[in-house]
Ligand binder design. Structure first.
Ligand code: 5GP
Ligand code: MG
Length: 181
């Protein structure tokens, strides 16, 4: 596989599309079992999770709803530590079973803040599905209920994830080449 170039950086193939889809069908099966007889709402964090969320949502064979929230904490390849709400939650989540859908849990700040806000909306339950988890970068108390892949603390792009807004449409996941070892 050829490395890809995005702006000033080189990226190498890291997780291929087939492996991603296999993992997603496994996650979907777990969700179907856990939410049997319920009608969960998938709350997707834009923009990074939109492709993962679309695949996970389609893989789940049960009545389910979808909605979106947009927060922002990333600048280039670094977390800024500040979370801003760019698109707020518009749904009535009271007594609903919410599944947050994230691309990556890095420091955990974004999801930690969102969980606090969600409490005010009094959902019946909140669980977290994240395609990737970087436990070495975690700084907040966040539990991932459905994890795709546990990865080292390296910067990745593709499959919805960006480097300064580019790279989201790569069908596979790539890692920053200089950080590979
Ligand atoms: P956290 O608040 O957990 O530090 O950051 C979470 C958000 O930062 C993720 O939802 C994702 O949008 C972004 N992020 C964290 N690590 C990476 C990464 O390696 N690559 C990309 N493209 N975005 C990342
Ligand atoms: Mg994100």
């Amino acid at each position: 596989m050829e490395p890809v170039h995005i702006r000033d950086k080189h990226f190498k193939l890291f997780i291929g599309r087939d492996e991603i889809q296999q993992r997603i069908s496994h996650m979907a099966q777990q969700i179907e079992q856990d939410y049997s007889g319920k009608q969960p709402i998938f709350l997707c964090l834009l923009k990074g999770s939109f492709i993962f969320a679309a695949d996970l949502f389609r893989a789940v064979n049960m009545p389910a709803e979808v909605s979106f929230v947009r927060l922002n904490s990333y600048d280039g390849t670094n977390s800024t530590g500040e979370v801003n709400t760019l698109l707020a939650i518009n749904d009535i989540l009271q007594d609903r079973h919410v599944i947050l859908v994230e691309d990556i849990i890095d420091t955990g700040k974004t999801v930690h803040e969102l969980m606090k806000e969600l409490e005010y909306l009094q959902p019946a339950s909140v669980k977290l599905a994240s395609l990737l988890s970087k436990p070495d970068a975690l700084q907040h108390d966040v539990t991932i209920d459905y994890t795709g892949f546990v990865i080292p603390d390296k910067f990745v792009v593709g499959y919805g994830m960006d480097y300064n807004e580019l790279g989201r449409n790569l069908p596979d996941i790539y890692v920053l080449a200089d950080q590979e070892d």
